[in-house]
Write a protein that binds this ligand. Structure first.
Ligand SMILES: [Mg+2]
Length: 326
């Protein structure tokens, strides 16, 4: 008998549906996997796909797991199943290390707090600061640009000068709008008395890498790629095409954790690690990968997602959560 593979689907509801460039996101769906070896040692992993971000669909991940017939025989996981590569890759590594990834989450210096899109960010900002966040992230390209830039100015004035703000357009801007935003960011960033804009995340759609490189040369405020580098294969491609700026990496959908680590060690890219709204199982594994790549990563981690769901799963151990799903 090899390694026993169990898989259990989960569904969890967001307290408030998230506004994404692809509509409202109300339920986070994914899979927990459990491996058990012949010595009875157990490890858990999470497959948390975001298909509109470039990973496989939940259905494809589930099909792959079901096709294993309850036993892991070391089959190669196809590249397009990037979330499956991560979930099973972490569970296998944990089993091999006999559980050294379990236990507490790695210590985190700074976690980025999320703000809701639109004017609501102004109300929530003080709450996020009170929770200890010094880096906040705000979704833009959701409402009229003139309104959003006006709210940005108000938001920056309301934040302490040592705070940092990340703006995330999710690829939703035109070139002219991106220029308007970058002008506003550069104007804000020339004032040392106010909070700084750390970066503008994915201003243009993911296929417009050259245009974003050009923007990066013309404005002071950094541009970070996110949707353009959802998977390791895309990350490698952007690097080959000359991108040396900031990249946002969501380990849960990037692919093999070992390959991601090797990439980071070889090229030392400017990384911001980010959540894919996974459960504690995927979160712990993603943070472990982030901390192993930490020499390349000094920016606040984008993992401020606890408390976004209606359930109490954040308080459960992997084993408790697994039992809850049966
Ligand atoms: Mg983003």
């Amino acid at each position: 008998m090899g390694i026993e593979l169990g898989v259990r689907p989960y569904q969890r509801r967001f307290v408030s549906p998230l506004q994404t460039a692809h509509g409202l996101w109300s339920w986070r769906e994914g899979l927990l996997v459990r491996l058990r070896d012949s010595l009875g040692r157990v490890s858990y992993g999470e497959i948390a796909p975001i298909p509109w971000f470039g990973s496989e669909s939940l259905e494809e991940a589930l099909q792959f797991c079901i096709a294993q017939n309850g036993e892991w025989r070391g089959e190669t996981i196809p590249e397009r199943l990037s979330a499956t590569q991560f979930g099973l890759g972490c569970a296998l590594a944990e089993l091999a290390e006999a559980g050294c990834l379990t236990g507490k989450e790695p210590a985190i210096v700074d976690v980025c707090g999320l703000l809701p899109a639109g004017e609501a960010a102004l109300d929530l900002a003080s709450q996020r600061l009170a929770q200890g966040h010094r880096t906040l992230k705000w979704k833009i390209a959701v409402q009229a640009i003139a309104d959003e830039i006006r709210w940005l100015d108000q938001l920056v004035k309301a934040l302490p000068p040592d705070a940092h703000l990340r703006l995330d357009a999710n690829g939703g801007l035109s070139l002219a709008q991106a220029e308007q935003w970058l002008m506003a960011c550069d104007r804000i960033n020339t004032d040392p008395q106010t909070a700084a804009i750390e970066h503008l995340e994915q201003p243009l759609p993911s296929d417009q890498l050259l245009a974003m490189q050009d923007l990066g040369r013309r404005y002071q405020t950094a541009i970070a790629l996110d949707e353009s580098v959802a998977t390791l294969a895309q990350l490698e491609k952007c690097r080959a095409q000359g991108w040396r700026g900031v990249v946002v990496v969501k380990p849960a959908i990037a692919g093999s954790p070992q390959r991601l680590q090797a990439f980071c060690q070889t090229y030392r890219p400017r990384l911001v690690f980010s959540s894919a709204f996974e459960t504690g199982v995927g979160r712990r594994a993603a943070l472990a990968v982030a901390s192993r790549c930490s020499s390349a990563c000094s920016a606040a981690l984008g993992f401020g997602t606890q408390g976004w769901f209606t359930d109490d799963w954040d308080t459960l151990t992997p084993a408790e959560l697994w039992d809850r799903l049966q």
